[in-house]
Design a protein around this ligand. Structure first.
Ligand code: HMG
Ligand code: MG
Length: 320
């Protein structure tokens, strides 16, 4: 079993080294977390084109779909077709969400090489999102981990509701730590910490991340901020300052979670890349090409981009 719970000396050493790392990894979740929440239908062609443009812009990890029940999230129903049609590049990891064995088997059938299982820090969110308790979800994930290992598939874990749950209210750091540990114990190579409802602020982010940093190797933790209360860029910077180097983001700020009413999209990828550029961090991403991808999907959906940076760059490009 992989156990990342380190004694405080080695955790401190490893986390200090992570702080010196001047590269960040941005995990693009727009084609999944973003588009899963859309009411209008989006063609496979549009999804595939978006994913190709994101790869052209230099994204190295793109969450491209979700093998969940179409009764629960209809927008992700054609994810198998999306995976079959994308022109997979060696430099890009195309990942998918899988809630159960059925989803994992479907992902394997269309050649997905990395998946994510998703749990929650709160009981009520777990019930509403995947129709089981937190403990039941861990039991559900066990055979999935075994099957994934058999097929050489890496598995990421998600923890939803790190600050608050739309049904249970405030979530404690102990709850976040407990589910994070369970996901690492299962064998997840990385755990993404989700502020699903987008309620956290930078000081709260720092406090939580410091607590988790005393317990875990932060090079194995990713941050997943939603922007409901407009705090996601500030929270991203708080995470960067705390030494975290993996950030989930969504092109044009698309999205939300269908089981967290009122939650808006993730922090916009364009805004995160701009922030990282200002902070002197390497992302490997071409901001202009990224903004074009943001304009493409915003036009396809018929509404303005939620990215500040994307909107500015698009209007400049128009006036040139
Ligand atoms: P259930 O109703 O308990 O499952 O749902 P079930 O086994 O009784 O199946 C119900 C029906 O779905 C059956 O069909 C199954 O065959 C089918 P029927 O017999 O009625 O015709 N089914 C499936 N079909 C396709 N693929 C599958 C699959 N599984 C069952 N994999 C289940 C349990 C987990 C399936 C359901 O709750 C579900 O799909 N939940 C997913 C919800 C979701 O996708 N939420 C959004 C993603 S999480 C998120 O956004 C948060 C995150 O971004 C981090 C953050 O922001 O915090 C990750
Ligand atoms: Mg999310």
């Amino acid at each position: 079993m992989n156990n990342p719970l380190m004694n405080s000396v080695s955790a401190n050493d490893s986390n200090a080294a992570n702080r010196d790392n001047d590269s960040v990894t941005i995990v693009e979740v727009g084609p999944r977390d973003g588009l899963q929440n859309e009411k209008q239908s989006i063609s496979v062609e549009t999804k595939v084109s978006l994913i190709e443009q994101l790869a052209d812009a230099g994204l190295s990890v793109i969450e491209s779909g979700s093998f969940v029940s179409p009764k629960w999230v209809p927008q992700m129903a054609a994810s198998d077709e999306v995976f079959r049609q994308i022109n997979r590049r060696k430099s890009v990891r195309y990942t998918a969400l899988t809630p159960n064995m059925r989803g994992l088997e479907s992902a394997i059938a269309c050649g997905v090489e990395e998946v994510a299982i998703f749990g929650a820090a709160s009981e009520a969110f777990s019930q509403k999102n995947i129709n089981c308790s937190v403990d039941e979800s861990i039991e559900r994930f066990k055979p999935m981990m075994a099957l994934a290992k058999e097929h050489g598939i890496s598995v990421r874990g998600y923890v939803s509701c790190i600050f608050a749950c739309p049904y249970d209210g405030i979530v404690s750091a102990a709850q976040v730590s407990s589910i994070t540990q369970k996901l690492f114990d299962l064998g997840c190579y990385e755990v993404s910490l989700g502020d699903t409802t987008g309620v956290g602020t930078a000081p709260e982010t720092k406090t939580l991340l410091r607590q988790l940093g005393a317990q875990f190797d932060i090079s194995k933790l990713a941050l997943h901020f939603h922007d409901t209360f407009g705090q996601a860029v500030a929270n991203t910077y708080a995470g960067l300052e705390e030494g975290y180097r993996v950030f989930d983001a969504s092109i044009a700020g698309l999205g939300g979670c269908p089981y967290a009413k009122g939650a808006t999209g993730n922090v916009a990828t364009e805004d995160v890349v701009y922030l990282m550029r200002g902070a002197g961090m390497k992302t490997g991403i071409d901001l202009e090409k990224l903004a074009q991808a943001g304009s493409f999907i915003s036009k396809s959906l018929g509404r303005p981009s939620q990215s500040h940076v994307g909107s500015v760059l698009a209007s400049r490009a128009q006036s040139e």
